[in-house]
Design a protein around this ligand. Structure first.
Ligand SMILES: Nc1ncnc2c1ncn2[C@@H]1O[C@H](COP(=O)(O)OP(=O)(O)O)[C@@H](O)[C@H]1O
Ligand SMILES: [Mg+2]
Ligand SMILES: [Zn+2]
Length: 254
């Protein structure tokens, strides 16, 4: 059976993107997939996000415009600029969307081998590789993590780390950094940069979080790893409503 027509471009390969009030024709993510199927497949992006692009990232909050601009600059400047990104913000604001859009653009425009990994999955895969009946060895699990020039590590801190996990992730990230491989992180945990409780409340409020007393990124991944990530990444805060709840619901007509 033939595949269904692309819902974004109806198989024309083109979509319209608003740039400074003008509509500009841009390649659809489905075209990227057709043009570079091997890199696209190897990138391991979740199916649900494969059509994420800059062209279908909407601006519902001033921080969206900023995040989109930084993401576009990142692609334009790659590989000269080798600083990674850390998208921080609450759930559903488009952190994963932009990360996958960056992967898609890099594959299409610059044929860069990229890799997407969910933080929890990475840890699970490494742990599983130690069991005797595992189909994959640890080095097989880690091969793309070491080799791919750009990696997205999604949902940093989504799983609480143990000293062993912290050490392993530190080793991976450090290895990538020393070899000039760029990493893009996303995290639902903010980092106040302050260990002080009052400051923490202030930063939570400022960032659109309502989670006083809850964990910050440091609580989840430890100071050593956090410092390393701060050294190697530009921090991009994204705020706003959960797109799935607010924006999409608003579009439904009953
Ligand atoms: N600004 C946006 N424009 C268009 N789609 C968005 C935007 N923000 C989020 N989405 C969509 O909403 C869903 C949730 O976004 P996601 O990137 O998973 O959020 P996060 O990673 O920040 O939790 C995805 O399907 C994504 O494509
Ligand atoms: Mg996400
Ligand atoms: Zn398409």
């Amino acid at each position: 059976m033939a595949d269904e027509a692309c819902s974004l471009c109806q198989d024309t390969g083109w979509v319209l993107e608003e740039i400074e009030g003008r509509s500009v024709a841009k390649r659809c993510p489905c075209y990227i997939k057709k043009k570079n199927p091997i890199l696209f497949e190897q990138a391991n992006s979740p199916k649900r996000y494969q059509k994420c692009a800059f062209s279908n990232f909407e601006e519902h909050h001033p921080s969206h415009r900023h995040a989109l601009k930084i993401s576009k600059q990142f692609v334009a400047n790659y590989p000269v600029q080798d600083v990674g990104l850390l998208f921080q913000g609450p759930c559903g604001v488009g952190k994963t969307h932009l990360s996958v859009a960056i992967i898609n653009e890099l594959i299409w425009k610059k044929s860069v081998p990229c890799y997407f990994f969910d933080f929890r999955e990475l840890i699970r895969n490494i742990q599983n590789s130690y069991s005797s009946d595992s189909p994959m060895t640890e080095s097989q699990v880690l091969a793309p993590v070491f080799e791919k020039r750009v990696m997205v590590l999604d949902e940093l801190g989504a799983r609480r780390t143990t000293p062993w996990v912290e050490e392993t992730i530190f080793y991976i990230i450090n290895h990538r950094y020393n070899n000039k491989k760029v990493t893009i992180f996303t995290s639902n945990y903010i980092d106040s940069g302050e260990e002080d409780e009052d400051q923490r409340e202030f930063y939570f409020k400022k960032s659109g979080f309502d989670k006083k007393g809850e964990d910050t990124l440091v609580d989840r991944i430890g100071t050593r790893l956090r410092s390393r990530i701060y050294e190697m990444c530009k921090i991009v805060n994204i705020e706003g409503d959960d797109y799935r709840k607010k924006v999409k619901q608003a579009g439904y007509r009953f």
